[in-house]
Write a protein that binds this ligand. Structure first.
Ligand code: ASP
Length: 329
C-alpha cells in the first residue's frame, strides 16, 4: 500500500488506504476510553489546526487526537489569525509552515484549499478538515469506523442520505466512498437541494423520503448548509421541510427494525431530525463523535509516518453547481 503524504479527500484514497485508516482508528478507540488517555506515538511532532470556518466536533477531535498521542498541538481560528489584517491564505500557510510543523489541519470555505497550499508547502503534511462543499474525508472515515463497529463492513448495505445534498461535503465524500467500498447510497432531497447529474455518482435519487425508507440499513440526516445557500427559496418553511424531509419516529419504523440513524452534526432538532429519534437507541450520532477522535488519531499517525495519495480520477467538482461558493481547483 502506498503511504499517504496528505489527506485531501476520499477521492485520492484507495479502498486499501481507507480500510487501513479505519482499522487503525478502531485500535485507538481503547486509548480514548482509558483512565489515562495518553500514548507516546506522536511525541516530538507538532500539529497546527487552522480553522477558517466554525467547528465543534472536527476541531476538538483533531486537538484531542494530537494531544492524546503526545504531539504539541496549536489551534488557530480565522478570527484570531492575521487574515483579519489582510494576510492572504498563502502567506498564512507559508508563515505557519516556516515554523516547521509536521501537520497542518485546515478547514476553509474554498474547495481545494489543501491542494492549493500543498503546491507551496513541500515539507508539511496537509489534512483537509472540510473545504467548502467539496470534501470532508475525516468525517467519512469516522462514519466508516462507526459502521464497522455496527455491522462489521458497509459492503452491500444501503445508506439513505437526506437533506441539503447540493451543499454538503459530507454527502459528496460519502458518494465517493460508497463507490470504493461497495455500499449503496440513496439520495433524498427536494429538487432545489440536489445538484444536477448527481446520478453520475452511482446513487439512486428520491424526492419522496417515504419511498426511500424501506430497505435502508442506515438513514443519514444532513443539516441545511445555510452558510452556503444563495437561494432563500430552497424550501418553503422549516415546518414544511420537517414534514417532508425530517426524520421522525414513524419514518424510522418504516425503514425497518435494524435501521440505524446517523448525522455528522451539528443537528438542528425539529428540522431535519426529531428529538426522540436523535436520542433513541437507534441513534449512532454520539458514537460518530467518539469515533471521530480515534480516526483523527489514525490520520495524524499515518501522516507523521509519511505517506502518497493515489492519482484521483474524480473531477473534483463540488456537488453543487453553485459557482458562488468559490473553488481553488
Ligand atoms: N460538520 C459537517 C461539516 O462540517 C456537517 C455540517 O456542518 O452540517 O460539513
Amino acid at each position: 500500500m502506498k503511504a499517504i503524504k496528505h489527506l485531501f479527500g476520499i477521492a485520492g484514497l484507495s479502498r486499501e488506504q481507507i480500510e487501513y485508516l479505519v482499522n487503525m482508528g478502531e485500535s485507538f478507540i481503547e486509548v480514548n476510553r482509558r483512565a489515562i488517555k495518553k500514548a507516546p506515538t506522536l511525541r516530538g511532532k507538532t500539529i497546527i489546526n487552522l480553522f477558517f470556518e466554525n467547528s465543534t466536533r472536527t476541531r476538538t477531535s483533531f486537538e484531542l487526537a494530537g494531544k492524546r498521542l503526545s504531539a504539541d498541538v496549536i489551534n488557530i481560528s480565522a478570527s484570531t489569525s492575521a487574515t483579519t489584517k489582510g494576510e492572504t491564505l498563502l502567506d498564512t500557510g507559508q508563515t505557519l509552515a516556516a515554523m516547521q510543523p509536521h501537520v497542518l489541519v485546515i478547514r476553509h470555505s474554498l474547495a481545494g484549499t489543501c491542494e492549493f497550499l500543498a503546491e507551496h508547502l513541500p515539507n508539511t503534511a496537509l489534512v483537509n478538515a472540510g473545504d467548502g462543499a467539496h470534501e470532508h474525508p475525516t468525517q467519512i472515515l469516522t462514519d466508516l469506523l462507526t459502521l464497522k463497529q455496527a455491522w462489521g463492513s458497509p459492503e452491500g448495505k444501503i445508506i439513505t442520505i437526506v437533506g441539503d445534498i447540493a451543499h454538503s461535503r459530507v454527502a459528496r465524500s460519502h458518494l465517493l466512498a460508497a463507490q470504493k467500498l461497495g455500499y449503496t447510497m440513496r439520495v433524498v432531497a427536494p429538487k432545489t437541494l440536489l445538484p444536477a447529474q448527481i446520478e453520475r455518482y452511482g446513487c439512486k435519487v428520491y424526492h419522496d423520503f417515504d419511498a426511500a425508507l424501506p430497505g435502508s440499513d442506515a438513514v443519514y440526516m444532513l443539516r441545511i448548509q445555510s452558510e452556503r445557500l444563495t437561494d432563500s427559496c430552497a424550501f418553503p418553511s422549516i415546518r414544511e421541510y420537517h414534514e417532508a424531509y425530517g426524520l421522525n419516529a414513524k419514518r424510522l419504523r418504516a425503514a425497518g427494525p435494524d435501521c440505524i440513524v446517523m448525522h455528522p452534526g451539528p443537528m438542528n432538532r425539529g428540522m431535519e431530525i426529531a428529538t426522540d429519534v436523535a436520542d433513541s437507541v437507534k441513534s449512532h450520532i454520539l458514537n460518530q463523535v467518539e469515533h471521530g477522535v480515534a480516526v483523527r488519531m489514525a490520520v495524524l499517525t499515518a501522516l507523521c509516518g509519511g505517506m502518497q495519495e493515489e492519482k484521483s480520477t474524480d473531477s473534483g467538482l463540488p456537488l453543487s453547481d453553485d459557482k458562488a461558493q468559490g473553488s481553488l481547483i
